[in-house]
Design a protein around this ligand. Structure first.
Ligand SMILES: Cc1ncc(COP(=O)(O)O)c(C=O)c1O
Length: 385
């Protein structure tokens, strides 16, 4: 039997999700409604917070989180150079200026010492990203925020299970934003969730996510009679639908089981590749890692570029990812903001040699063995050149 291609980040969808989606389709209410509300409640319960706001992506959530802080043009938000473009785009769309901090070469998360160096009189917030599911140094970031009266927005796109001292990521700063994109640890196909320490901010986010309409505007087509809605703010169309929530409700039930499976695979990779490439550093004893990504940093090689390595993997039937090219490598930011890769050298160096291996909870032992054998062979070949 020919081995099939291993898709990077394949979602783990079960019959429960399928049945729930069908139930929603047949219910006559497929937009934002009772299931979205229930998913918000379940997610808040999971995090141990009073409430949460469902949105249609983490990108939308990050945008609303920035807007909820009333950032003004000229205000600066410090974030990491090693993240997805959505993180800085949200800051820009909110009218503020993103400033990049370099990463710690051991954890690949934002380096608080570089954050401290980047703080100016215009800095209003710090936006840490818990890369791959590893918690940032929230003690150091919190201390800086307190000393300089700054807000903290946590980008928890990779961090649904992340904890430090038994506290969930997303509840440590002023606001937290989660992603349920297709490859994420819990998926709704597209979707996101926002948490906020201040209930007034969360209320504003909920209003802004649906055109700025008065609360519960989504109920206006219910069988309880027509409800007038009033525009309270200039909002956006960022609401989650019941179809998305139908998937998320059941995904959330398997969050622990899937986490355990990914942990097993992550630790296997960690052991197998530790002599052959830079692997993620051990998880700190007071942290829970979300095991969203397994990244390797390839050794320097004149002969084999990172992209050739990715091609070899692809030709062997293994999908992979890059998380991430340093943000300062992208032409738009270079033109618009004057960024240059040399300004964040650690992120640039890691970003040019990193690859991410498949880590879906759906992977069979046979597939994991195939990935390990293929990557080992490629890494050994790199070393012997
Ligand atoms: C670190 C990070 N932030 C933000 C996002 C945006 O998430 P979404 O696709 O839900 O908008 C992603 C998505 O991949 C991400 O990886």
């Amino acid at each position: 039997m020919k081995d099939s291609f291993i898709v990077f980040g394949e979602p783990d969808i079960h019959e429960d999700e399928c049945q729930e989606v069908l139930d929603t389709l047949r219910s006559g209410w497929i937009g934002t409604g009772p299931k979205t509300h229930r998913f918000e409640h379940l997610f808040a319960q999971y995090l141990g917070v009073p409430e949460a706001a469902a949105v249609n992506s983490a990108t939308a959530g990050l945008h609303l989180a920035c807007l909820a802080l009333d950032l003004k043009p000229g205000d600066e938000v410090i974030t990491t150079a090693m993240t997805f473009c959505a993180t800085v785009n949200a800051i820009l769309h909110a009218g503020a200026t993103p400033v990049l901090a370099d990463i710690d070469p051991n954890t690949w998360n934002m380096d608080p010492n570089d954050v401290a160096r980047k703080i100016t009189s215009r800095t209003k917030a710090i936006l840490p990203v818990h890369l791959a599911g590893r918690c940032c140094d929230m003690q150091a970031i919190g201390d800086l925020a307190e000393a300089h009266s700054l807000y903290v927005i946590e980008d928890c796109a990779h961090a649904i299970e992340t904890q430090v001292n038994n506290l969930h990521a997303g509840t440590l700063g002023d606001l937290g934003v989660f992603s349920f994109y297709v490859t994420k640890n819990v998926t709704t196909c597209e979707g996101g969730m926002v948490t906020a320490k201040d209930p007034e901010r969360l209320k504003k986010i909920k209003t802004m996510a649906l055109h700025g309409l008065s609360a519960h505007a989504w109920q206006r087509y219910s069988d309880r009679g027509f409800k007038h809605y009033l525009v309270q703010e200039l909002g956006f169309k960022y609401n989650m639908t019941d179809l998305q929530a139908s998937i998320g409700m059941h995904q959330l039930k398997r969050v622990q089981r899937n986490w355990s499976r990914r942990k097993e695979i992550w630790e296997r990779y960690q052991n197998e590749f530790t002599q052959l490439a830079q692997v993620p550093s051990p998880v700190a004893h007071n942290q829970k890692h979300a095991y969203h990504l397994f990244q390797l940093v390839l050794p320097e090689s004149q002969e084999t570029t990172r992209d050739q390595f990715l091609d070899h993997l692809h030709r062997s039937g293994i999908g992979s990812g890059v998380h991430y090219l340093c943000l300062a490598e992208h032409p738009y930011y270079q033109k618009a903001l004057g960024w240059h890769p040399s300004q964040t050298p650690n992120a640039t160096q890691v970003g040019r040699r990193t690859i991410s291996l498949p880590l879906s909870a759906k992977l069979s032992d046979r597939q994991v063995n195939r990935i390990v054998d293929t990557v080992r062979k490629l890494l050994v070949a790199l070393q012997s050149r």
